[in-house]
Design a protein around this ligand. Sequence first.
Ligand SMILES: Cc1cc2nc3c(=O)[nH]c(=O)nc-3n(C[C@H](O)[C@H](O)[C@H](O)COP(=O)(O)OP(=O)(O)OC[C@H]3O[C@@H](n4cnc5c(N)ncnc54)[C@H](O)[C@@H]3O)c2cc1C
Length: 405
Amino acid sequence: MMAAVFCAQNGADVCLFEKNEKTGKKLYITGKGRCNFTNACNREEFLLHVPRNSRFLYSALSLFSPDDMMAWLENAGCPVKVERGRRAFPRSDKASDVTRALCSEMTRLGVSVRTDSEVAGINTVCEDGAERVRGLKLKNGSFFPSDAVIVATGGLSYPSTGSTGDGYRFARETGHPVTDLSPSLTGIELKEAWPSQLQGLSLKNVRITIFAGSKKRMSETGEMLFTHYGISGPLVLEASSILSGGSFKDCVISLDMKPAVSEEQLLTDVSELVRLGGAKTVANAVMPLFPRRMTEPFLIACGLDPHTPASQLPSSSRRAIAVGLKRLDMTPVSLRPFSEAIITRGGVDIRSVNPSTMGSRLVSGLYFAGEVLDVDAFTGGYNLQIAFSTGALAGRSAALQTFTA
Ligand SMILES: Cc1cc2nc3c(=O)[nH]c(=O)nc-3n(C[C@H](O)[C@H](O)[C@H](O)COP(=O)(O)OP(=O)(O)OC[C@H]3O[C@@H](n4cnc5c(N)ncnc54)[C@H](O)[C@@H]3O)c2cc1C
């Protein structure tokens, strides 16, 4: 939609093909229906939240930055607000207002929107040894001639919203390599059974560190949630982005439940609670250190019997509790599937796309924008901004190309 807006704004005749009955179906469910459409940060800070291929985004973010996006929405009649972590939302808290702004701008600029219109492929022709776009093949069998085509078909995540990976096929069919695709920003399934017993329990201000062998891959503080399969929540989504696409061999996720307290201090606290516990079970004695439901599964995970009388707890077990509070290890076995993942890692190989135009290096007149590209970011509004910025650049470049052709 943003590509269509920028293309029309730069003087081209634009037609948007959408296979669903309406445009922007995924936008409605973003940010839990509130649409965290960008992050109000500068370009350098933005790129720190893009773990792969961030430099590819320089030109796109220069043309259309988070500030530009916020101003654009305000001008399009959708007031915005910025919340904790610089996350930007429509002031109404309604994702539908962002979609409405995009749709009304498309109408104002004369974009012809064809819903229920599935694109089946891209038609190209070879002229003087060079490949160029001729138009689109539609699923209904018709051909739509065009000087330029922008592929903005999204990834593979939440396929019920229309993103079923068609763009990867279009890219391959026109000679563009597509890197390995895997779910990202999703829950993590664990080998251990104890986390599933805590399903629904959320922990705030905890730290998780990912180790691959002896190498530290990530260490962040935030909120996580235990689920029936393992773990999820904001901190875990970020961890999944680090793990996505890689091997889990020798990977450990280490949970620090008390990041602000040292192990020695915890040992003192545990020893004091155990001393005061007397005839109580160790589970009851150390309960003040945990969310209530967590005490027994935690002690079992540390190799202790929760029913041992506190008075009989050896010092090595007190140490084990203090160590467990700082370093409770969990073993990732897989990530939750595309149907639950917020984004897709991987996509059209950026080496086949010119970052200053979003144009293909192999087929003239062909452009790519959004999640179909091999660029992905952490949560916080970055992924939508990537879609808006690359869309704006692709739209503008496609329009300018049709005038210089
Ligand atoms: C639950 C959830 C919450 C999210 N929340 C946020 C958030 O708050 N902030 C954020 O930054 N990101 C969020 N994201 C990620 C963000 O929504 C995506 O990164 C972004 O929508 C990608 O935009 P896109 O235009 O590339 O693809 P999409 O939004 O997926 O749009 C692609 C469109 O192309 C259409 N299409 C596909 N194939 C064809 C075809 N063959 N013919 C015609 N049409 C076709 C699809 O129907 C779809 O409408 C969230 C994602 C999910 C799943």
